[in-house]
Design a protein around this ligand. Structure first.
Ligand code: UD1
Ligand code: UDP
Length: 393
């Protein structure tokens, strides 16, 4: 029997850390594979928070982040430095996740090193290469160079098949964020961040997160003004606002919300505190992708402040509603939800199957790679030597 096959898991940002964590934990349990965790450090503290929570220490952290980093800076550094690590480690398989610039550049680095590449959360498409920017192009490139596709939903699978991906290598898994959420929920009790405990038990609560590049500037100001307006007209309402670390984002949040009463304007919350906040809230306002997926399980009504979505399943399921970034529309929709009126939301969630699955995605991914590893190991032993990278694949 050969040694274990090394699976290099590349992560760079908070959502990659959260969604890859259960895959890394499943790889640790595998009899045939072992993870090599390669952090690019596109994010510093925000990537480390969830890794620490899940007890994962990267084998290597390239610590690339710098203040005000540009897309070309991240792309070139990840491409060169991930390529060098892959050259040293020579993994059996490389896994990238999602749609960040780490994902795109690392998949390209793996392609140049002729590694087998699996894309976790493959096949999402908004249909507009500029929305979200630059994530739509990032995920298209990652899917183009990957050789195995772990599609979270049937819709994502259909997108990949339409684009000509080999159906035998497109595996519908569900989304690994559900695995992460279920693992973390076991540990959620009372919040560790003290100001959250000061919210009166009967008070209505809304949760706000926003960070997308296309929201910077005027849209973000409009979003924050809408939140200030809701607080002013609802004397019992509280808002939890964990600020993304991007200086472009926090400048606007601070400018408009720092003097507001009943607004907990804070640093990014640890994953369990954030889950507590999502559960505690009557309404979530967000432009995040992962949160739309998580609320399909948690059930909290979610207003998605984007013009287009690559996650139509959350809208069709009825936990999310697409409201754009116009403050008047956000205000009107939020008022309705806070009054218990779900106008505009689909009613499918009452009977529908959970769109992003109910767990077990990580195990399906690991099983697929294990099967491949065992086939390759048998082939190598009959050939008399290992062949880590087969250009014919
Ligand atoms: C990135 C991803 C986006 C993803 C988001 C998740 C790209 C182009 N963007 O956006 O797809 O949805 O992460 O949160 O890949 N910063 C810190 N500490 C941190 C993290 C960020 O100080 O831990 C600051 C730095 O000044 C950094 C800036 O935020 O330069 C921007 O980070 P970057 O990763 O370039 O973009 P995000 O907006 O975080
Ligand atoms: N999240 C967190 N703390 C916070 C805000 C978000 O742990 O203060 C989690 C959230 O539960 C979700 C993920 O971060 O799993 C979403 O990350 P983000 O919004 O940064 O990225 P996106 O999903 O938009 O790519």
């Amino acid at each position: 029997m050969p040694g274990k096959g090394v699976v290099c898991c590349v992560i760079g940002t908070r959502p990659e850390a959260i969604k890859m964590a259960p895959v890394i934990l499943a790889l640790k349990k595998s009899a045939h594979l072992s993870p090599y965790v390669l952090a690019t450090g596109q994010h510093s503290r925000m990537m480390r928070q969830p890794l620490d929570f899940f007890g994962i220490e990267p084998d290597r952290d390239l610590a690339l982040m710098k203040e005000g980093q540009s897309l070309d800076y991240i792309t070139t550094r990840v491409l060169v430095e991930v390529g060098e690590v892959l050259g040293e480690v020579k993994p059996f398989f490389t896994l990238v996740h999602g749609d960040t610039t780490t994902t795109m550049a690392a998949s390209l680095a793996a392609f140049y090193r002729r590694s087998r590449i699996g894309h976790v959360e493959a096949g999402l498409r908004s249909g507009n290469v500029n929305l979200p920017f630059p994530e739509e192009l990032n995920r298209i490139i990652a899917d183009r160079v990957a050789g195995w596709w772990f599609a979270p939903t049937e819709g994502a699978r259909d997108n990949l098949l339409r684009e000509g991906c080999d159906p035998s290598r497109v595996v519908k898994t569900g989304n690994t964020v559900i695995d992460a959420l279920l693992l973390a929920t076991e540990k959620v009790s009372t919040p560790s961040y003290e100001p959250l405990s000061s919210i009166p038990p009967s008070a209505p609560v809304m949760l706000l997160t926003a960070h997308r590049r296309e929201s910077w500037g005027e849209p973000l100001k409009g979003i924050c003004s809408a939140v200030a307006g809701l607080i002013a007209e609802n004397p019992d309402l509280w808002a939890i606002v964990p600020m993304h670390r991007n200086p472009e984002v926090r400048r606007v949040f601070r400018e408009i919300l720092s003097q507001e009463e009943r607004v907990i304007l804070c640093e990014p919350l640890d994953y369990p505190d954030f889950i507590w906040s999502m559960k505690r809230s009557d309404l979530i306002l967000t432009d995040s992708g992962g949160i739309q997926e998580e609320t399909t399980i948690l059930g909290t009504p979610t207003l998605v402040m984007r013009e287009l979505t690559e996650r139509p399943e959350a809208i069709e399921f009825g936990t999310s509603l697409l409201v754009g970034t116009d403050p008047d529309r956000i205000l009107a929709s939020a008022r309705r939800v806070l009054m218990g009126n779900r106008e505009g939301f689909s009613g499918a969630s009452a009977k529908g199957e959970l769109p992003f699955g109910s767990g077990g995605a990580s195990e399906k991914i690991v099983k697929t790679i294990e099967e491949l590893f065992l086939i390759e190991a048998r082939r190598d032993s009959s050939r008399g030597g290992p062949d880590t990278i087969d250009p014919e694949e």
